[in-house]
Write a protein that binds this ligand. Structure first.
Ligand SMILES: Cc1cc2nc3c(=O)[nH]c(=O)nc-3n(C[C@H](O)[C@H](O)[C@H](O)COP(=O)(O)OP(=O)(O)OC[C@H]3O[C@@H](n4cnc5c(N)ncnc54)[C@H](O)[C@@H]3O)c2cc1C
Length: 320
């Protein structure tokens, strides 16, 4: 086993790539996005850099602590003290949350802007297809790291191999959605850098992203997350319909009718895991098909990392 396809370049896909490349395997990573990072996403607008998905990471386990030490040596993470509560450190990618992905993908081949629409096997091994047709390569193993409903679409349509246990497992994982709002202002707001808000209200979180290390502290850039309940109730709306609603809620929270110079909403349909699978990953050694993501273990970046590490262990043992 030598040539591995990884579908999805979020923390799980990037972690798989790192472990498998380090283990001597050849890895191609496919992602529908323009860049790697997945829900660890960063968008630059003028002087602002918005981390509109995961705002920070906490690190609890030994494996992630070791990885953190590598990121620190490479200068791609830093603490964000403003977000800390008690003794628990909060870590951010620098200059943005998506900065970890290129380090993790070093030595793998990333194919961005490629939505994988089908997977299957024939006599040469695994094939992948996008909307335009077959990807011209074949693989010894396929590792899927998408949020469960998106992964289920691939497993359900899998041809030439029996992916039924994967399809069934995907149905056991559920997510909360999240509307995120990116705003910038031409003056500093009189507000704390991080606000954890009432989960039953409209907003769940608001933070001055320009207070993060290596962001432009002279700019005034905010990321606001709607609560899970409000987001689920308003998932069907378009960004332009959501923007005035979340701006009004933010103004109400601040007690000021401040007007932003930039305003953009982003829809995360599968934002935080509500109900994980409860297994660290899924691996079928005979068919060489695997699944890892935060959906296996929990709702945090570290859960995606741990899940991918577990799957990488199976793949490397199988390849030995
Ligand atoms: C708003 C928000 C706030 C969060 N806050 C925190 C936080 O503060 N702390 C924390 O630890 N975690 C937080 N999280 C959760 C954290 O971001 C995730 O747990 C973690 O990033 C998941 O990584 P993953 O690799 O499993 O999935 P993802 O990051 O979702 O990666 C999956 C990748 O698959 C790609 N993809 C999807 N479909 C296809 C397809 N058909 N073909 C090819 N590619 C495809 C996507 O583009 C994506 O890049 C937050 C998430 C959100 C959205």
């Amino acid at each position: 086993m030598h040539n591995i396809a990884v579908i999805g370049a979020g923390m799980a896909g990037c972690t798989l790539a790192r472990r498998l490349v380090d283990g001597g395997l050849s890895v191609r990573v496919f992602d529908k996005g323009r860049a790697a990072g997945g829900r660890m996403a960063t968008r630059a607008v003028g002087a602002c850099r918005f981390d509109h998905g995961a705002q920070f990471m906490s690190v609890r386990g030994a494996a992630m602590s070791e990885q953190l030490a590598d990121w620190q040596r490479a200068g791609v993470v830093s603490r964000w003290p403003q977000a800390e509560v008690g003794a628990d450190a909060r870590w951010v990618g620098v200059p943005g949350m998506n900065a970890l992905a290129p380090r993790m993908l070093w030595g793998a081949e990333l194919q961005p802007q490629t939505t994988i629409a089908g997977i299957g096997t024939d006599r040469l091994g695994w094939w992948l297809a996008n909307d335009e047709g077959m990807i011209p390569d074949c693989f010894d193993a396929v590792l899927v790291t998408l949020p469960a409903p998106q992964a289920a679409a691939l497993f359900d349509g899998c041809s030439g191999a029996d992916a039924t246990p994967f399809s069934e497992a995907m149905r056991d994982i559920s997510y909360a959605s999240c509307w995120a709002l990116m705003l910038s202002f031409d003056h500093r707001l009189d507000a704390p850098d991080c606000m954890r808000l009432d989960r039953n209200g409209v907003l769940g979180w608001a933070a001055r992203d320009s207070s993060k290390p290596q962001h432009d502290a002279a700019s005034e850039c905010w990321v606001v997350h709607a609560s899970a309940r409000w987001s689920d109730e308003h998932m069907g709306l378009e960004p332009e319909d959501v923007e005035p609603l979340l701006l009004a809620a933010f103004q109400m929270q601040l007690g000021m009718a401040v007007m932003p110079v930039h305003l953009r909403a982003h829809r995360w349909r599968y934002a935080r895991v509500l109900k994980p699978l409860g297994r660290d990953c899924i691996w079928d050694d005979g068919q060489r098909l695997g699944y890892a993501s935060d959906g296996c273990l929990g709702e945090r970046v570290e859960d995606a990392f741990d899940s991918a590490n577990a799957l990488a262990g199976h793949v490397l043992r199988s390849a030995a």
